[in-house]
Design a protein around this ligand. Structure first.
Ligand code: HGY
Ligand code: MN
Ligand code: MN
Length: 430
């Protein structure tokens, strides 16, 4: 069955309504190159939050915001004591990203709740759509804030400490930005970084979390499929590295007298690549590098770089990280330089719940549409939620596998079909 024969599929959800909302939201933070930038609690993220709250109000989905800025819409079940089903993702983006990453999963949740309402279905259990604060970490290099608060990973005090330490490029701390956001009026006044424990939900209150996301890879496209079932999500470790040498005159310092932090960092980065290549499964990325003092005629005295290591196999990832850290220390020591490695965040891989996967599979067969399973190399809020509850993810084909880029794209037909699968999956879980 081709997804572009969408008319013949008789979808229950309203694909056009969903698509229009997605395109409207994509205009908030849109730049001249077509990219979208809405980083955590910046002006555009706040505008998107207000747009989303208005959408939930219009749809009569009783919106509320929690202490971490997570935004919920809901239909209260006939039996509200039963654990709720959560559908969610995030509205923040990377710098110059696309309009699908995150937003599509949130808006599909809204579409599912609207369809239930229109059909006059009041489920037994409560169903909620949630937009989780800052999945990307693009502004403060600190990610998964909303989901971490929701699950209570590390505890509220530790999270607050981390938010106080994380700063954006203007040097403003995350904590300060959250306090400012709480002054944005109705709903926002619930944001309270001093009481993040208020955002925590209990295990017994949630039955499952489902997230739909663009694949951000080419697997589905190569398989000629619109939709896939995610088997599990690769864990990751994120760290910051500082190499300190000695700044000096580029013309007068002989090569054998130098303590160049950048050449040491370059050696480290090549070694990181090699270690990951040899690991047969891990991937490692240095995505950000800052050279100080940063003049063409000064030997670099200090380099800061980020490190991102992923692997679905937790043991192999830990081995890769240990090798990388050892090699950074050895390279710095060999060159007589100092290094500091600061692990920022670490998340274990999460496997999808067999019961949620089965609900997705049964939904695909019902439509009918081919069943195809694939793992996720990208991280998602579902990974964090996996510590609390059963999780499942549905991937939608990405054009050329491009994501975190203005050209990120999924077709209307694929999005509509994906939402239909989500709707049917949700009905089975309710
Ligand atoms: O980094 C990730 O995998 C996610 O897109 N934030
Ligand atoms: Mn992303
Ligand atoms: Mn995402």
């Amino acid at each position: 069955m081709e997804a572009n024969n969408i008319e013949s599929l008789h979808l229950t959800i309203n694909g056009k309504r969903l698509w229009n909302q997605l395109m409207d939201l994509g205009k908030i933070g849109e730049e001249d190159n077509g990219g979208v930038t809405r980083t955590s609690l910046d002006q555009k993220d706040i505008e998107a939050r207000k747009w989303f709250l208005n959408l939930l109000e219009q749809a009569d989905l009783s919106p509320y915001m929690d202490a971490a800025g997570n935004i919920f819409g809901q239909i209260i079940g006939k039996n509200p004591e039963l654990p709720a089903v959560l559908i969610g993702s995030h509205l923040d983006t990377v710098n110059s990203g696309g309009c699908f990453d995150g937003a599509m999963g949130v808006l599909m949740g809204v579409e599912v709740l609207c369809t239930l309402k229109e059909k006059g279905i009041q489920p037994e259990r409560t169903i909620k759509v949630v937009s989780l604060t800052d999945e990307e970490g693009a502004r403060f290099d600190y990610a998964f804030v909303g989901s971490t608060a929701l699950v209570g990973t590390e505890g509220a005090d530790k999270l607050k400490e981390n938010l106080a330490a994380a700063t954006d490029k203007e040097g403003i701390s995350y904590l300060e930005v959250m306090r400012q956001a709480s002054l944005e009026g109705e709903y926002f006044n619930q944001i309270n970084p001093d009481r993040l424990e208020l955002a925590q939900v209990r295990e017994k209150d949630v039955k499952a979390y489902i997230e739909v996301h663009i694949e951000q890879g080419k697997v589905l496209e190569n398989e000629d499929l619109a939709v896939g079932i995610v088997t599990g999500i690769s864990g990751g470790e994120w760290a910051e590295v500082t190499i300190t040498g000695e700044a000096g005159h580029a013309g007068t310092t002989w090569m054998n007298e130098r303590k160049d932090a950048l050449t040491a960092a370059a050696e480290c980065i090549l070694e990181i690549e090699k270690i990951a290549q040899d690991s047969s499964g891990s991937v490692a990325t240095v995505g950000k590098l800052e050279v100080k003092p940063g003049s063409s005629n000064v030997i670099p005295g200090r380099v800061d770089f980020t490190l991102d290591v992923r692997d679905i196999d937790n043991e192999r990832r830990e081995n890769t990280i240990a090798k990388i850290y050892d090699s950074i220390r050895a390279i710095a020591a060999d060159r007589g330089l100092r290094c500091e490695i600061r692990p920022v965040q670490s998340l274990a891989s999460v496997m999808s719940s067999p019961s949620v996967m089965k609900a997705v599979k049964d939904s695909l067969q019902e439509i009918p549409y081919p069943v195809y399973e694939l793992p996720s190399g990208a991280a998602h809020d579902a990974m964090v939620l996996g510590e609390l509850t059963d999780i499942g993810m549905i991937f939608i084909r990405s054009k050329s596998g491009i994501s975190h880029h203005p050209d990120e794209w999924s077709s209307f037909e694929d999005v509509a079909l994906g939402c239909e699968v989500l709707y049917r999956t949700t009905l089975k879980l309710l």
